[in-house]
Design a protein around this ligand. Structure first.
Ligand code: UT7
Length: 319
């Protein structure tokens, strides 16, 4: 029997403060209409002062553990995907570990920007498959708005804060993560990066993006990696019950759905309410659709994401 990682439960957390497009239009040269037409975003959540990535991650993790029917003490691996760690070091995952009251197992961060959750899922899945972990928390958590240059309307309107988490458990059977597919290409650096860091400038820096360039790459690379995941499992688009895509732009999401002839009812969309929450976007969407009963045990789910690096990936999961 194949040892696999089953997703036992998922949890989401969004900061209380909601910022609408009109709120942004009051402080920069943009409009609700432009943002909705070009991105599908209507609002985003923004973390409060003193509310850190680890705090969002802990709340999402507690909800994921409750949904899984497990206690924090059952966890022996925490993989936290984030681009906005509390501090340069230690890993924010260790803050989460401590806040959950855990002292055993390993906890570390994974950095693949918006693709981070898919990368983190792949890492934890491989730990479980080889027997190095039994029960893992995989978290995507971001206070991404702290990287924004509020004078740059080309990026400031696109992002939000939040966290999503899943509990993975070793299991023998047909259910679980069927395969993960990861890619990166550092030649894409200039399309999407932060102009700062501890080793380069000593400042945190701000997000810089060539939107059209990233858009082009997103459409082609996400389509390729979904096909790669289907081919690896001898499946076709007809087998897909749910697409849970990275929530960067409604037009990219619709493009993927059209490419694979998926009706809109099979695509989980949160970008209108969450905007782009980077590594948190996929687990936030997954948790929402599991929680409201759309995604059910036995369903075949495709997760995909792309972001800075460029880095991109997909996972095929039998729930
Ligand atoms: O999570 C990582 C992955 N990231 C993504 O997937 C993002 C991918 N890119 C995108 O989603 C889109 O490229 C954007 C939403 C960022 C931009 O949409 P676009 O259709 O590519 O617009 P654009 O950048 O070509 O800008 C079109 C116009 C420009 O004006 P001109 O030069 O035509 O006069 C911009 O200056 O829209 C202007 N513009 C804005 N106008 C109002 C740019 N940002 C804004 C804004 N409000 N916030």
């Amino acid at each position: 029997m194949t040892r696999r990682s089953v997703i036992l439960g998922a949890g989401a957390y969004l900061p209380k403060r909601v910022v609408t497009n009109n709120d942004l239009a009051a402080q920069m040269d943009t409009t609700d209409d432009w943002i909705i037409q070009r991105t599908g975003i209507r609002q985003r959540h923004v973390a409060a002062e003193g509310e850190f990535t680890s705090h969002l991650a802990v709340k999402a993790s507690e909800r994921a553990l409750a949904a899984a029917g497990l206690k924090a003490a059952d966890i022996d691996l925490i993989v936290l995907a984030t681009t906005t760690p509390d501090e340069t070091f230690p890993a924010t995952a260790t803050r989460v570990q401590a806040l959950l009251g855990l002292t055993r197992g390993a906890a570390f961060d994974v950095q693949a920007v918006c693709a981070g959750f898919v990368f983190g899922l792949a890492v934890a899945d491989n730990f479980i498959k080889v027997g190095q972990a039994e029960t893992a928390l995989v978290i995507g958590a971001e206070t991404f708005t702290r990287l924004l240059d509020w004078n740059d309307r080309g990026t400031a309107v696109l992002f939000g804060d939040g966290a999503g988490a899943v509990v993975l458990k070793a299991s023998y059977g047909d259910r679980g993560v069927l395969s993960t597919h990861l890619h990166s290409d550092g030649r894409g650096h200039d399309a999407l990066y932060v102009d700062g860091g501890p080793s380069s400038t000593g400042r945190v820096g701000h997000v810089r993006m060539q939107g059209k360039e990233v858009f082009k790459h997103a459409v082609s690379k996400l389509a390729q990696v979904i096909q790669e995941a289907l081919d690896a499992n001898g499946m076709t688009a007809d087998d897909i019950d749910w697409l849970v895509p990275h929530q960067a732009n409604r037009r990219i999401i619709d493009g993927m759905a059209d490419k694979y002839r998926l009706p809109r009812e099979k695509v989980v969309v949160t970008v209108d309410r969450h905007a782009n929450t980077s590594a948190a976007s996929v687990p936030l969407a997954l948790a929402e659709a599991m929680d409201d009963g759309r995604i059910k045990p036995g369903h075949l789910v495709v997760l995909e994401a792309i972001g800075g690096g460029l880095a991109w990936g997909a996972a095929l999961v039998r729930m």
